[in-house]
Design a protein around this ligand. Structure first.
Ligand SMILES: C[S@@+](CC[C@H](N)C(=O)[O-])C[C@H]1O[C@@H](n2cnc3c(N)ncnc32)[C@H](O)[C@@H]1O
Length: 312
């Protein structure tokens, strides 16, 4: 239940994030006992690269605390959608935080918004939508893979989010987003192999007062087909972008100080860069450096607006 609201103390059945290092985080369900392969109830001991943790010892511990492992220590954090995206069990490809932040911003998702999403997949993006629309809004999430729907429904329930989300087992390209949602939705998000087939259904779901649309596609051919379908269905402000995250490394550089006395003897127009001289004095600067390599392409985000009905 630890996703639903801020909490101080860990309780049984919470999901917690065990933070070992910035690259090593694990989501753990706080269950004192679990079943082994022989269906016997055994003590829940979580193994990490810094040794074992008896999960029942987390009950009553404050979120943010440092906890002892058998060969080191870790921090226990309350889960956020960002930490969940880093630690969730992958059932599909997922959408990551840099794309998610742009999706929420561009779709203007806020408390009270009604959002349609397909496919649900592993529920990575769903958790961010849910934090944004709570407590008055609702997420309607669709997937044609029945088992993924069942697991997502269970996950939302165990995270205390069931009141704010409905999971539908449905092929949205063939059957759309259900009659009841027609004209009721503020924003539609698609992460599908053939999003263009669902765009006419998105149009039906969006409010008559207008709304926003986004589709995530790894391939440019899908983007082309989506843009054509958006135009044919009356969408405007069609824009495709790619979010590339650049991490700047902070480092100290030592630089030789320029010989300014030498420059005084020359007219500025006579100074050639190769004539510049340095003194023996050195100065240290804290500066940043861009990485030599960068995470590559994840996907294209295509956004569009449907204007109010009277303006279409
Ligand atoms: C890449 S995953 C979505 C991942 C999700 N955005 C996340 O962040 O976890 C795509 C999902 O779309 C579902 N899907 C594909 N075509 C569909 C369709 N026509 N109707 C409903 N779901 C569909 C797949 O079953 C899959 O679970």
């Amino acid at each position: 239940m630890s996703f639903a609201r801020p909490k101080t103390v860990i309780e049984e059945n919470d999901t917690v994030i065990l933070y070992l290092t910035v690259q090593s985080l694990h989501a753990i369900d706080v269950l004192p006992y679990i079943k082994n392969k022989k269906d016997e109830l055994i003590e829940n001991v979580f193994q990490t690269s810094y040794g074992a943790l008896k999960v029942k010892e987390l009950i009553g511990v404050k979120y943010g605390s440092k906890v002892q492992l058998s060969k080191g220590w870790a921090y226990v954090l309350q889960p956020t959608p960002e930490l969940w995206t880093q630690t969730l069990p992958h059932r599909t490809q997922i959408i990551y935080t840099p794309d998610i932040s742009m999706i929420l911003f561009q779709l203007e998702v806020k408390p009270g918004s009604v959002v349609v999403e397909s496919g649900t997949g592993s529920g990575s993006l769903s958790h961010s939508f849910l934090r944004a629309v709570k407590p008055l809004g609702h997420l309607h999430t669709f997937d044609f893979h029945e088992q993924r729907c069942d697991i997502a429904r269970e996950e939302f329930k165990s995270h205390g989010l069931a009141d704010f989300v409905t999971v539908y087992h449905r092929d949205v390209c063939e059957r759309g987003f259900t009659e009841e949602l027609n004209g009721k939705v503020d924003a539609v998000f698609l992460d599908l192999p053939a999003p263009h087939l669902a765009i006419p259904h998105a149009l039906k779901a969006l409010k008559h007062s207008g709304g926003r649309f986004c589709s995530f596609s790894p391939c440019i051919e899908q983007v082309q087909r989506s843009c054509e379908a958006l135009e044919q269905n009356g969408f405007v402000e069609i824009q495709t972008m790619e979010i590339l995250q650049v991490e700047e490394y902070v480092k100290t550089k030592v630089i030789n100080v320029l010989d300014l006395e030498f420059l005084k003897t020359k007219k500025p127009e006579d100074v050639d860069a190769k004539d510049l001289k340095t003194t023996k004095e050195q100065k240290k600067y804290v500066t940043t450096q861009v990485p030599y390599t960068m995470p590559g392409h994840t996907g294209y985000l295509t956004f569009a607006t449907i204007p109010p009905l009277f303006a279409r």
